[in-house]
Write a protein that binds this ligand. Structure first.
Ligand SMILES: O=P(O)(O)OC[C@H]1O[C@](O)(CO)[C@@H](O)[C@@H]1O
Ligand SMILES: [Mn+2]
Length: 427
């Protein structure tokens, strides 16, 4: 299965890259912290090598040792995984456990290796790759910012139909932006070099489920019926930093400019996650970069975005739940405060493949099972997943559709070639 290949090949490759990154920063650690920095680098590398060995030799999972906000929850979850096994199955271990859990555990252990190694315990081992993705996507980012700024300038003159078309365009850009995550490519560069902006029409046949109309009716309805001082909140559960994040911010900017929303709330990860996922540092760094660009329209975007944050029209939130292994239907029990927050949304957009796996519990669902059913009770507010397919899971297809794709193109759901907008909520 794709899960097997990920754990056997891709994750050790990512770990090797992490070790290499630490090596390459040795002199930086020395300059900053002297001998202590070099010792810390050695310690982190030895913990990570041990982790890689545990993985490759299929050792039992070991509890987390370092005290951190989520340590107890993680260790309880490890016990829970163990409890699912029979006595004769022995200890739960890398190649005999649910893929979603194994993968999340690996990233949490990488984080543990770093926080166990002060004074370099602040170090984001994936920062370099995330920044590289941003730099390598410059041309597309400039094109996208220019498009946005031109659009905003004429937005008042657009009729309903034109506004809707523009909304759909930016939604699709945000969808295809999800092609460039870095855990998928084993941590190798995966920038936006093909011009998505000019390929939207060609890419349309690859949108397997397209619920964009529902998003439009929902938000345009909010706009029409909203009282003067009332708010419309759209939440975006972010995925990857770099080009994808730019596409999400451009969409968020459009939501405000078009008055389809009055507030946009973002959720990122509290620790480095699945290589390219957005943390608060990535979020702030990227906006700063965009603001200081030499390109007129790009820097205008950056300045506006900073202003939105200052004015509270854009709000960034952290929550530890997003980097736990739990599927989202467990949120009301595991993170009731977060669930309550999400209930305040008029619409929640979930970006990316990992979010989809967690929304649907990463089960082996029949293709035609309704999305609502696969969500298994997770309905905090109307929601939509915007995802390119990079894992063997997909629900809500027409009867026979998935089977047909599988027969003609066995890897159709793992290459990122196809995408979906899948909505759940009142129609
Ligand atoms: O950034 P995304 O879209 O969540 O994708 C991350 C992806 O990484 C993988 O786990 C592979 O390691 C995918 O199958 C997956 O879900
Ligand atoms: Mn990701």
């Amino acid at each position: 299965s794709f899960a097997y290949l990920t754990i056997k090949d891709r994750t050790p490759q990512i770990l090797t890259k992490v070790i290499d990154t630490l090596h390459r920063h040795k002199s930086e650690f020395f300059e900053k912290h002297g001998e202590e920095g070099v010792e810390a680098e050695k310690k982190a590398i030895s913990l990570l090598s041990k982790l890689r060995n545990e993985l490759q030799t299929d050792k039992p999972f070991i509890p987390l040792v370092e005290k951190f906000v989520d340590t107890d929850i993680w260790n309880q979850y490890l016990e829970y995984q163990q409890s699912l096994l029979n006595e004769s199955d022995g200890k739960s271990r890398w190649f005999y456990s649910p893929w979603l859990f194994v993968e999340c555990y690996m990233y949490r252990r990488i984080h543990e290796a770093i926080i166990q190694s002060p004074p370099i315990d602040y170090f984001d081992v994936f920062k370099e790759s995330k920044e590289q993705n941003f730099y390598e996507s410059q041309e597309s980012i400039i094109a996208l910012c220019t498009l946005l700024q031109q659009l905003i300038r004429t937005i008042e003159d657009l009729d309903e139909k034109q506004l809707k078309d523009e909304f759909f365009k930016l939604l699709q850009i945000s969808l295809w932006g999800n092609k460039c995550d870095l855990s998928f490519s084993g941590g190798e560069s995966s920038s936006q070099d093909t011009d998505v902006l000019n390929s939207l029409e060609d890419l349309k046949p690859f949108i397997l489920l397209n619920d964009m109309e529902h998003l439009w009716s929902l938000l345009s309805n909010c706009k029409k019926t909203r009282e003067k001082a009332a708010v419309t909140r759209v939440y975006i559960v972010l995925d990857n930093s770099g080009f994808e994040l730019v596409t999400d911010l451009v969409l968020a900017n459009f939501l405000l400019s078009s008055e389809l929303a009055t507030e946009v709330h973002f959720y990122g990860k509290t620790i480095p996650w699945f290589v390219s996922d957005t943390t608060i540092h990535d979020f702030n760094w990227l906006i700063e970069q965009v603001k200081h660009s030499n390109h007129k329209w790009m820097s205008k975007c950056g300045a506006d975005w900073e202003e939105y944050i200052k004015m509270g029209k854009w709000v960034y939130h952290n929550h530890i739940f997003w980097t736990l292994p739990h599927e989202y239907c467990a949120m009301p029990q595991v993170a009731p405060d977060l669930y309550a927050e999400l209930q305040k949304a008029h619409l929640i957009l979930f970006k990316g493949d990992l979010n989809y796996r967690k929304l649907t519990g990463d089960r082996k669902w029949e293709f035609s099972v309704p999305f609502h059913q696969a969500l298994n009770g997770f309905h905090p507010a109307p929601l939509c997943t915007i995802r390119t397919l990079k894992a063997e899971i997909q629900v809500g297809l027409q009867p026979g559709q998935g089977e047909q794709l599988l027969a003609s193109e066995p890897s159709w759901w793992t290459t990122g070639k196809y995408g979906i907008f899948q909505y759940d909520g009142p129609l």
